[in-house]
Design a protein around this ligand. Sequence first.
Ligand code: ZN
Length: 313
Amino acid sequence: MRIVLLGAPGSGKGTQSKLLIEKYKIPQISTGDLLRAAVVAGSDLGRKAKSAMDAGQLVSDDVVLGMIQERLSKPDARAGFILDGFPRNIPQAQALDAMLARLSQPLQLALLVDVDTEVLMKRITGRRTCSNAACGAIYNIYFSAPKAPGKCDKCGSILAHRSDDNENTVRSRLQVYEQQTAPLVSYYKAQGKLRTVRGTGSVNEIFKNVTDIIEVQMRPLAAAMSAAQAAAAKSAPPKPAKPAKAPAKAAAKPAAKPAAKKPAAKKPAAKKPAPKKKPAPKSKKKAVKKAAPKKAKKAAPKKKSAPKAKKKK
Ligand SMILES: [Zn+2]
């Protein structure tokens, strides 16, 4: 499963992401974590990131994409990944698509965890944290208030309210998010990859809806694609197309798909043993950089035509 997660701060997508990781055994790729790790490791990309950050600038998209690509080459990402925090805008989404296309690992799902703004406001502005670092209990004055106002149930310490969790700051944060994400939602919708799950209710209820989307909508789609590829390949040697009852292999589910894909198109040469790091990464990054703006120009007219094609709502 190759998933991009979209959701506002406070939407709970982080929690859903953790559950997805456990269920599907795929890593979450968080660009924040990648950046920190690369800086600590002092890798080539890490040094570039650090010099940008030290100068108070944003780390460039090509550095971030380079890090994501490196991360995807690790074995644990073979069965898929969850991208969180990237992309944040259309050029990034296009550059990501281009990179994943080169790896023959296109995204399968853009999952939006949708929560009303007013609920998000309460979730964030109502948050209170125990000031005792050893305790760290978290409350919400609207949804899970402490028994005594301002005091921790567990240790009696004072509850702290983060200064940047005040109403004005949060509202503008949410507005920024909205402005960034709305175009991405349209972008993935036009690709037929967007699914929306309501981010209200219990964590388990939400997760049930998430897995329904994956099992009911995305898996059959992926299977249909494999089947089509297999049918195309049928002209050649007829193979027992359904590895349905692979008995000994408990982990056969994910294994079955790549197997079915291979004979069809030999694209899945995806995992070339990374000749990535050695050849001067500079040239590669430039390539990414150049590619992105070009596509951005092309995509503008595309977007206009997309809604026509997809009038259903
Ligand atoms: Zn406490």
